[in-house]
Ligand binder design. Sequence first.
Ligand SMILES: [Cu+2]
Length: 649
Amino acid sequence: MRQRTRPALARRLGNSLVAVLVLGIVAVVNRPMVAGAAEALHDFSINRQSYKQAYGHWAGLPVPADFRINAIHAALLHTGKVLIVAGSGNNREAFEAGTFRTVLYDPATDRFSEVPTPTDVFCAGHTFLPNGNLLIAGGTEKYEVLPENIEHAYGVMKLKNESATGSARTFPKGTKLRSEGGYEYQTRDDVTLPAATQMKHGHKVMTHPGEVEVFVDAVEKGDAPIVTAPQQYTVEGLTGKDRRNIYGLSDKITREKQEYGGDEESYEFDPLTERYIRVGDMVKNRWYPTLAELPNGDVLAVSGLDEFGRMIPGDNEKYIAAQKRWVDAPELQRTFPTYPALHLMENGNLFYSGSNAGYGSDTVGRTPGVWDVRTNRFTEVPGLRDPRLTETSTSVLLAPAQEQKVMILGGGGIGESEVSTRRTDIIDLRQTEPRYQPGPDLPAPARYLSAVLLPDDTVFTTGGSSGYRGGRYGDLTRSDLFNAQIYRPSENAFATAAESTVGRNYHSEAILLPDGRVVTLGSDPLYDEAGKGPGTFEKRIEVYSPPYLYQGERPAITGGPEQVQRGTTVGFDTPQAARITAARLVRPSAVTHVLDVDQRSVALDVTPKTGGVDLSIPKSKGLVPSGWYMLFLLDDRQVPSVARWVRVS
Ligand SMILES: [Cu+2]
């Protein structure tokens, strides 16, 4: 059980109980009673109004059994409902059975409903589009296979066709290829091999062979067919010219672990019909990609693992929102680790905070910097402390977005490294030579920390674990963190918040709700409580109510337009007009693996008038990309209203 610092009163009460009980009752009996009394006192303390006013309050959300799914992804729709996506939910049986889950949770009514899930969107990327749909791309085509389950050596075979005279050739699943050593390997899928193409370069005609890749498995079991160096293979059944023109090439054929393979399907989730709509496939299959919205409403997809489980080396692509299709973006070649954090800047550039929520190379694509997505120029930024501890960290564009400050929090070494950090650093991107500056330390080293922008410009941080996926850290068997804290930019310091009951590490999310509360979901520990057996996915959901919800009456928005335009001033009705000091447009979260690059909070200039306020919407698309936002009004105590949804264009 986790340690909790108990108030002195609890200890006194405990002691007096012991004094009474030792008179006649055996020691074995009194221990649970003392613990129970302290627990009861703790419950009493955290439920006091004065405690809630200072630290906020957590509550468990009753989730009907049918809707307890593995929350791998979560996003707040402009209908106010939370989309909770599991796909196969990191569960091999579900994957093999084709059981993919999506659930909607309505915080206004606490009702849940099921949504049919067309494919395995587990570990896809997502972002909101200007039309309010959630673009979802990639996911899981294949689960990993561990070496002990691999009997036949396997590898990726590149089939090549040097002939430009014939047409494309189809090779059915089971086509055999033969190595120089005389071993046979058969293809896992049907493939179509295009003919070579000829291109003129000056006077010369160059032939570019047709190519296609496919998995092959050795026909013979065991280690004998293993090939560790690149080699050419002949295709069985081909004769004459075909035999010379068409052949296989493979880097290696081994019995090493086979990684998860990415999917190429893409969908828009429509909040109004509550259905997935299939759109154009991606150019590349991607598992663990980041989707970053661009100022014109298109979306850039970067990184991920391809269908063969290989890191995609810098081939990125764009979603043309108006045409609902993906196109290759060879002009934006750049390599990142998986699930990199890319924040849209006011000037239309993307800031890579250095944070990544998946995994990747220790050396390539780790340095944070400003990526100009018009010229592909990347300008590195200095100053980040613990630069090798950025995996499983989190980063957030601080509020208000006009300040262009990004904070990176926690993180650890790559893979299953036991090293993690309590570092936070902040960068001001408005400076001519931006540089990370030290922020306040977290109370404990943290991976997978959730960071949620609240409407009062503070950042609520919760969850995470010091060790890899909640596992061992130092002397601890389990390392989930229960402390929560609120970062206050005005003081550049963390304030303590109430502790959560549920620990959350890998595959967890936290989302600001329109009523100002924060919902937390998911967690996928590697081990059980004893640290020995496999962990079970955390299906409980908690809701945190920040201190601003316990300060008495809240301002209210009683009327106003649903559509607003950048660069205009619009009126909203509120009975508290004279007390309104601030207004924020908060873009709803779309989170996976604590990666939430959609999140942003934009300040609006406020002019009070009779019965309401006039609000000025900034001009810049980089600051306020088109789409749905939550409008919050705040009073002179920094207490926010319940949000009203507005669509910005
Ligand atoms: Cu994952």
